[in-house]
Design a protein around this ligand. Sequence first.
Ligand SMILES: Nc1ncnc2c1ncn2[C@@H]1O[C@H](COP(=O)(O)OP(=O)(O)OP(=O)(O)O)[C@@H](O)[C@H]1O
Length: 255
Amino acid sequence: MQIADYAIPEAQVARTAPGARVEVRNLSRRFDDNRVISDLNLTVRPGEFVSIVGKSGCGKSTLLRLISGLDQPSAGQITVDGQPAEQAGDRLRIMFQEPRLLPWASVSDNVAVGLRNGRDKAAVAQALRAVELSDRGSFWPAQLSGGQRQRVALARALVSHPGLLMFDEPLGALDALTRLTMQNLIQQMHQQAGFTAILVTHDVAEAVALSDRVIVLGQGRIIHEAQIVRVAPVGRGSPELAAIEAEILDAIFQG
Ligand SMILES: Nc1ncnc2c1ncn2[C@@H]1O[C@H](COP(=O)(O)OP(=O)(O)OP(=O)(O)O)[C@@H](O)[C@H]1O
């Protein structure tokens, strides 16, 4: 079965300001005597799609929380477009495994939460169109499927046209087919809107399908990097991508 069978029609997202540049320098994070991130360095170029994979508990979510400014390093610096993440404001958005919608607010009002003034109805309508939920604006979150709720969360993240969009296992709770549909949607949004993306995932195939670069984390450091250069369109399951997946899995298990 071809993945293209589930492709979503051309989405409509206004092209944003260029993607943000992320610089991580000599980053460490300890929890008491548990050193989770250890002198880590990473640069993510504007518009690049980087995935972070690694064994459970290796520090993927901790790294994402640090980059997003939700947690503070024990040592080192992180900048987003040259500024501390806390000052990035609506240039930076993060999506989690749970959509985290307000149950008492309509779909449109949930998307508007992503806007600074919350009143730009045209921007909300455009974000809902982009995720193919124009006809669900007046629904309550409880009236949506799990995949639709994640699409609302994506619209809320996109509505402010962020320069950096971070994903912490955003598709982990979805069934396989919805997961593939969402992967296509995220890929399409990334190509059209031009934001920088950092994805934490357990799914190496997902990382390879979506990313320009996959980083393997082990014992608080980057232990492997795979650059994925698509000179011609190669489909999922192609020998080229399967070989990269195998290389990444080896690195994870050896780490
Ligand atoms: N607030 C915290 N206090 C103490 N320890 C923490 C805290 N947050 C994370 N840790 C520890 O940091 C380590 C890495 O956790 P993290 O959630 O970053 O791993 P992960 O790679 O995302 O794991 P998984 O793939 O299972 O989601 C774990 O040992 C965890 O117990």
